[in-house]
Design a protein around this ligand. Structure first.
Ligand code: PLP
Length: 347
């Protein structure tokens, strides 16, 4: 039985071209700044994001943590969404390791934070208050179903934050999905922010790594934090080589993942016992609800899994599926056929 694994786009395996590039990569000691393949990837990433410099890090989590530690000092406050990956799913790293005070605002269903609420949350200078230093955005927004923040919205947050002397960090784990969905250059989404991290190991299918991008001075400081976090890798070019291949050849195909996600969402919406908010499906993530009380979401996941279709439950009565490289349109048809058969027996 062929397994159709829709749990996450992190399950993607490197392409044959990536494996070839990894094999052939020219290597050196990156902590000495001497790995030519890492240096090339960092230069490419900076150029793609329209920033002066970039830093290759182990993961999206390390990219975000390094960014927060670089922007903020002990006791500073960072404004972020209550559904932000940095708040929910990064083990509280910025608080635990950086003593950074998180100030959460409600994420709207479209992944945004209300501009008025951001402005109201900025603290006046007063010894009773932590100092507000940073606003964090996430594009696309994972827990909001892959929702896309627009160029206009991002520019408004940048303008507001800078007017108050704050910096903006973008968790752009899937920022290329956002750019492809909007049909814009990714720089239109990163220009208003001071730093951005994007992941190579999600829809772009590389095995490991993220890039943190920002000004030259910011990246010099971030490099020190990365070292402190134990993220100084040596012959990391063997990984960076896959990243270069990902940036060169895996961005445009994200449109296929978006088309497959839409097909999946429309099919699921027609299955009794499921409900999908089709308007929320903008990129490669589909979140949907179980509307019947006759069965638990865990039982549905178990039955789908027994028939070779893997999806996640994400709390409440919700499921998540993510399309990615390796998932073909025929897999979506197969997923829908399996889901229909499973639900027919349950409702
Ligand atoms: C929006 C977002 N940010 C950050 C991360 C963290 O990336 P990593 O798993 O590489 O640490 C993820 C991972 O799913 C994510 O979805």
């Amino acid at each position: 039985m062929r397994e159709i694994d829709l749990r996450s786009d992190t399950v993607t395996l490197p392409t044959p071209a990536m494996r070839e590039a990894m094999y052939r990569a020219v290597l050196g000691d990156d902590v000495f700044g001497e790995d030519p393949t890492v240096n090339r990837l960092e230069a490419m990433a900076a150029e793609r994001m329209g920033k002066e410099a970039a830093l290759f890090v182990v993961s999206g989590t390390m990219g975000n943590l390094t960014a927060l530690l670089t922007h903020c000092q002990r006791g500073h406050e960072a404004i972020m969404g209550d559904k932000a990956h940095t708040f929910l799913f990064e083990a509280g790293g910025s608080a635990a390791l950086g003593s950074i005070h998180p100030r959460t605002l409600p994420n709207q269903p479209d992944g945004t934070l209300c501009l008025e609420e951001i402005e109201a949350a900025i603290r006046p200078e007063n010894p009773h208050h932590p100092r507000t230093r940073l606003v964090c955005l996430e594009n696309t927004h994972n827990r909001c179903g892959g929702a896309v923040l627009t160029t206009e919205y991002t520019a408004s947050v940048g303008e507001l934050a800078h007017r108050h002397g704050l910096a903006v960090h973008l968790d752009g784990a899937r920022v290329f999905n956002a750019a492809v969905a909007l049909g814009v250059d990714v720089r239109d989404l990163t220009r208003p922010v001071d730093s951005v991290q994007f992941c190579l190991s999600k829809g772009l299918s590389a095995p490991v790594g993220s890039l943190l991008c920002g000004s030259q001075d910011f990246i010099v400081e971030a490099r020190r934090w990365r070292k402190m976090l134990g993220g100084g890798m040596r012959q990391a070019g063997v990984l960076a080589a896959a990243g270069i291949e990902a940036l060169d050849n895996m961005v445009d195909r994200l449109a296929d993942d978006h088309a497959n996600a839409r097909r999946l969402a429309e099919g699921l919406a027609n299955i009794p016992g499921f409900a999908v908010d089709l308007a929320s499906v903008q990129t490669n993530i589909v979140i949907w609800d179980l509307t019947t009380e006759q069965v638990s979401p865990q039982e549905v996941v178990k039955r789908l899994g027994a028939k070779g279709v893997k999806v996640l439950t994400i709390g409440g009565r919700q499921f998540r599926a993510v399309t990615h490289y390796g998932i073909e349109t025929s897999d979506i048809e197969e997923t829908l056929a399996v889901a229909r058969r499973v639900m027919e027996k349950l409702v």
